[in-house]
Ligand binder design. Structure first.
Ligand code: NCD
Length: 304
C-alpha cells in the first residue's frame, strides 16, 4: 500500500481496493471481528453535516472494538467556533487518536490534515472533491449485485460537477477499462476537467449524454446523485437544475433485469419514493453495506 491515508480513491491501487472489498465480504458473511481494533481510538471529525457516513464509520469502529471520540458539528462543539485554525485543531486531535476520519466543506481539507497529522487520515468528503470511502461502498454494491466490476455499463447521473461521489467512482471504475461509463448530466453540471483527464488517461471509454432514458436502456448500474444545493454560488442557478432528472417508475419499463440503482443518499428531487418498491432499488441495502466496508477499511489501514 502506498501510504496509510485515504484522501483520494487514487491513493488505492486495484489490489488495495480488492483487499478491502474481500475483507468486507468476509465481515458480512461471518461478522466483524469484535476485537480487531481493540485499544485504538478513532477521531471522528465532521466539519460538515453527515448522517450515514459518520454513523456508519462510528458503528464500524465500535464493531471492531475501537473507541470513538470527535464531533459532529464543528461549528458548535469544537474550537473552530473560537476561531482556532484548522491545522492546530488537527495537530491536537492527532495526539489523541490512532486514525482521523475527516469531513469538511472545503476541497483539499483532508490533504491539509495529512500535512500535520502523523496517524492515518481518511477523507470522508472534502467539498466537491472526493469521497473515496463511499466509492468502496459503491464498488462493493456493484460487485455484490452484478458479480463483477468488469464488462459492465455504469451510468453516473445528475450533478457530476459538484458531486464528490461520482468523481471518486469514475476514477475507481477506470481501473476496470472493460466497464463502460455513461455520464448523464446537463451542460451546467458536467464532470470537471481533472476527473475527465484521469479517466481518459486510463484509456477508458466514456459516453456522455443528456438523456437519462438513453442511459437506462443499456445500464447495469444507475448511480443517481443529488444536485448539491450547498455548493452552488446562487440559488437561481440551483433552481434551474435541481430537478433536471427525476427518475420515475415508468422510465424503467425497458431496463435490463439486472439493473440496480445506487444512491449515496440523501435524495431530493431525483428519486421519488415510488422507486423504492421496485426490484431495481438497491440504495438502502447499499447503505447497510457501509458498516462492513468501513470496518474493513479501518482494519486494512490500521493493521497493515
Ligand atoms: C454524499 C456526500 O456527502 O457527498 N452522501 C453521503 O456521503 N452519504 C452525497 C450527497 O450528500 O449528496
Amino acid at each position: 500500500m502506498a501510504g496509510r491515508d485515504l484522501l483520494s480513491i487514487q491513493d488505492f491501487s486495484k489490489k488495495d481496493i480488492d483487499a478491502v472489498l474481500a475483507l468486507a465480504r468476509r465481515y458480512e458473511a461471518r461478522g466483524i471481528p469484535p476485537h480487531a481494533l481493540k485499544g485504538n481510538i478513532i477521531g471522528s471529525c465532521f466539519f460538515e453535516a453527515s448522517t450515514r457516513t459518520r454513523l456508519s464509520f462510528e458503528a464500524a469502529a465500535h464493531r471492531c472494538g475501537a473507541d470513538v471520540i470527535g464531533f459532529a458539528d464543528a461549528a458548535a462543539t469544537s474550537h473552530a467556533q473560537k476561531g482556532e485554525n484548522f491545522e492546530d485543531t488537527i495537530r491536537m486531535i492527532d495526539g489523541y487518536v490512532d486514525c482521523i476520519v475527516i469531513r469538511h466543506p472545503e476541497v483539499g481539507a483532508a490533504q491539509r490534515a495529512v500535512a500535520v497529522a502523523t496517524v492515518p487520515v481518511i477523507n470522508a468528503g472534502d467539498g466537491s472533491h472526493e469521497h473515496p470511502s463511499q466509492t468502496l461502498i459503491d464498488l462493493y454494491a456493484i460487485q455484490k449485485t452484478q458479480g463483477t466490476l468488469d464488462g459492465l455499463t455504469v451510468a453516473l447521473v445528475g450533478d457530476l460537477k459538484y458531486g464528490r461521489v461520482p468523481h471518486s467512482l469514475a476514477i475507481a471504475l477506470s481501473l476496470h477499462p472493460t466497464t463502460r461509463q455513461v455520464w448523464v448530466a446537463p451542460s451546467a453540471l458536467l464532470m470537471p476537467d481533472d476527473v475527465r483527464q484521469q479517466v481518459h488517461a486510463a484509456g477508458v471509454t466514456v459516453e456522455e449524454t443528456k438523456s437519462l432514458a438513453d442511459a437506462i436502456a443499456s445500464a447495469d448500474i444507475l448511480l443517481m446523485t443529488r444536485v448539491q444545493e450547498e455548493r452552488f454560488s446562487s440559488k437561481k442557478e440551483y433552481e434551474q437544475v435541481k430537478d433536471v432528472y427525476v427518475l420515475q417508475p415508468e422510465m424503467l419499463t425497458k431496463a435490463k433485469k439486472n439493473l440496480r440503482i445506487l444512491h449515496a443518499l440523501p435524495r431530493r428531487y431525483e428519486m421519488p419514493t415510488s422507486i423504492d418498491a421496485l426490484p431495481y432499488a438497491y440504495y438502502f441495502q447499499q447503505a447497510r453495506h457501509a458498516v462492513a466496508v468501513r470496518a474493513a477499511l479501518f482494519v486494512y489501514l490500521l493493521q497493515a
